[in-house]
Design a binder for this molecule. Structure first.
Ligand code: EPZ
Length: 416
C-alpha cells in the first residue's frame, strides 16, 4: 500500500508556489456543459479529483485536451446521465445537474451519498431547481430532473451552501428571467466561477456578497479563464513552516481571500508578512493557544481546521476548536492522539491541550484535510511517521511531498 514517510524535526525554509484551486477548477469544469464550443481553462491543478471530473465530463461527451491548460469541447453532449460509479467517488460531480438541466431540459444524476465528514445532503440544490420549474423525482438513488425551460426565481437558502450556490448560479445563467440567490455562499471560489461565467457572457452580479443576481441569457459563448490559486493549499504550506519553527514563503497566494487563516496564525504567535501575492511565515517555535470556530466565508475555513489543530497540539496551553460546518470532521483527532497529542472532543468542540513534543507513529488518513494534518504533525514529530491511505491526499494536493521536500523536509512516498 502506498504511504508517505515523514522523518520529523527539520525546520522548513524557502519558497514554494501555490497551485490552482481544486474547489474552483471543479466547478468551472462543470460550467463548460452550459454551451458548445471550445472552452479554455488554464491553471488547473494536477489532482485525482480533477481526473475524476475529466472522466465524468468525457462520459457525458465532452472532448478534453491538455494538462494544466485544458481545452474542453462541449459541443457533442450525447448523455445527460452521471452514474453512481463516478459520483460516489467525488461529490462535486453533483454540480453537473444544474448545467445539464438548464441546457438540455433533463438530467439523471446519482445522489452523492454520505461522506466521512458528514451526511452532506443536497436538499437545497433540489429545492431550488424545483422553484426554477424543474420536475424532480428521486428513484433508486438517482435524481431525475426534467424541465422544458427553467425560469428565474427568488431562492432563499437555509444556509450558505457552496455547492448549492454554484449549481443554482450555473443553471440560472440560461434560465428565463432573473434569479436572486439570498443567503448565498460567499466563498472566493464562487466569485471565480462567476468570473469564468461572465467571460462566457453570463449576467451575474453580487457574487462574494450574500445576494447573487443572475439574469438569464439565451446562450453563452465558450469560457476562457485562469483558475484562482488555492487558498487552502497555501494555508497548509504556511502551517508546515509554522509547525517546524521554520521560515517559509508561499508565492501565488490568494492573500485577499486568506484573512481569517492569516489572522489566526498571527494570534498563535507566528510572524506573518503578506505582500502582493506572497506570504512569508516565521515561527520561533513558541506557539500560543487560541480559540477558533469554523464558519462559512469570510469566517475561518472548515478546510483549514485539521491543519490548524496539528499546529495547536504543540501550543503552550489549551486551545478550543469548534467545527460548525460539518458534523463529523474530527476523525483526525484519534490519529493525532496516537502521535502523543492531547485532544478531547465534546460534541462540536475539540479541546486541544498542547504538548512539548509529538512522537512518530503509523497513522491512517480518513479524508483529504485530515491527511494533510497528519503529514504536518509528522514534520514536527520525533522519528518517522507513516501515513497510509494517502489516496485521500492526492485528491486535493498537487505533489505536496515534493513541495515540502523543496522546503527541506525529509519526506517521501513509498510502499509499506
Ligand atoms: C464545498 O463542499 C467544498 N467542496 C468543501 O471542501 C468545503 O468544505 C465546503 O464547501 C464548505 O466550505 C468543493 O467545493 C468541491 P456545502 P460543499 O454545500 O459544496 C449542508 C475540501 O476539503 N448542506 O457548503 O459540499 C452540508 O451538509 C472539501 O476541499 C445541506 O444541508 O459544502 C454541510 O453541513 C471538503 N444541504 C453544509 O451545508 C444542501 O443542500 C456546507 O456544505 C447543501 C449543503
Amino acid at each position: 500500500m502506498e504511504c508517505i514517510f515523514v522523518n520529523g524535526g527539520r525546520a522548513l525554509n524557502g519558497t514554494v508556489a501555490a497551485s490552482g484551486a481544486k474547489n474552483s477548477a471543479l466547478a468551472i469544469m462543470t460550467a463548460t456543459l452550459l454551451c458548445g464550443g471550445k472552452h479554455r481553462i488554464s491553471g488547473v491543478p494536477d489532482l485525482r479529483d480533477i481526473s475524476t471530473m475529466k472522466r465524468l465530463l468525457e462520459h457525458l461527451g465532452v472532448q478534453i485536451k491538455g494538462e494544466s491548460e485544458f481545452e474542453l469541447d462541449a459541443t457533442h453532449i450525447d448523455i445527460v446521465d452521471a452514474p453512481y460509479e463516478l459520483v460516489k467517488t467525488m461529490r462535486a460531480s453533483f454540480l453537473v445537474l444544474g448545467p445539464l438541466l438548464a441546457r438540455f431540459g433533463n438530467a439523471r444524476v446519482s445522489l452523492p451519498g454520505g461522506c466521512a465528514i458528514g451526511l452532506r445532503p443536497v436538499d437545497m440544490h433540489i429545492k431550488a431547481f424545483e422553484a426554477m420549474g424543474a420536475d424532480i423525482k428521486i428513484e433508486n438513488g438517482y435524481v431525475h430532473a426534467v424541465c422544458e425551460r427553467m425560469h428565474g426565481a427568488r431562492i432563499l437558502l437555509d444556509m450558505p451552501t457552496v455547492g448549492g450556490t454554484e449549481n443554482i448560479m450555473m443553471a440560472a445563467c440560461l434560465a428565463d428571467g432573473v434569479t436572486v440567490i439570498e443567503n448565498a455562499a460567499r466563498e472566493p471560489e464562487i466569485s471565480d466561477l462567476a468570473l469564468a461565467l461572465r467571460s462566457a457572457g453570463a449576467r451575474i452580479t453580487g457574487d462574494g456578497s450574500g445576494t447573487i443576481t443572475i439574469e438569464g441569457v439565451k446562450e453563452l459563448a465558450p469560457i476562457v479563464h485562469t483558475v484562482m490559486p488555492d487558498r487552502i493549499e497555501a494555508g497548509t504550506l504556511l502551517i508546515a513552516g509554522a509547525i517546524t519553527a521554520g521560515d517559509v514563503t508561499v508565492d501565488n497566494c490568494p492573500v485577499e481571500y486568506m484573512g481569517a487563516t492569516l489572522e489566526k496564525l498571527r494570534e498563535v504567535g507566528c510572524v506573518v508578512d503578506a505582500s502582493g501575492d506572497s506570504v512569508r511565515i516565521c515561527s520561533n517555535g513558541s506557539l500560543q493557544p487560541v480559540e477558533v470556530t469554523t464558519s462559512p466565508y469570510p469566517g475561518f475555513p472548515t478546510d483549514m481546521q485539521a491543519q490548524l489543530m496539528s499546529l495547536l497540539t504543540l501550543a503552550e496551553g489549551t486551545s478550543l476548536i469548534r467545527e460548525t460546518v460539518f458534523e463529523n470532521r474530527f476523525i483526525h483527532v484519534a490519529e493525532l492522539d496516537r502521535m502523543g497529542a492531547h485532544i478531547r472532543v465534546e460534541r462540536d468542540c475539540a479541546i486541544v491541550t498542547g504538548v512539548a513534543q509529538l512522537e512518530a507513529a503509523r497513522v491512517m488518513a480518513s479524508d483529504l484535510r485530515a491527511s494533510a494534518s497528519l503529514i504536518l504533525a509528522g514534520l514536527a514529530a520525533r522519528g518517522t511517521t507513516v501515513v497510509s491511505r494517502i489516496y485521500h491526499l492526492d485528491r486535493g494536493y498537487e505533489a505536496l511531498e515534493k513541495k515540502l521536500q523543496h522546503l527541506g523536509a525529509d519526506i517521501r512516498r513509498g510502499q509499506e
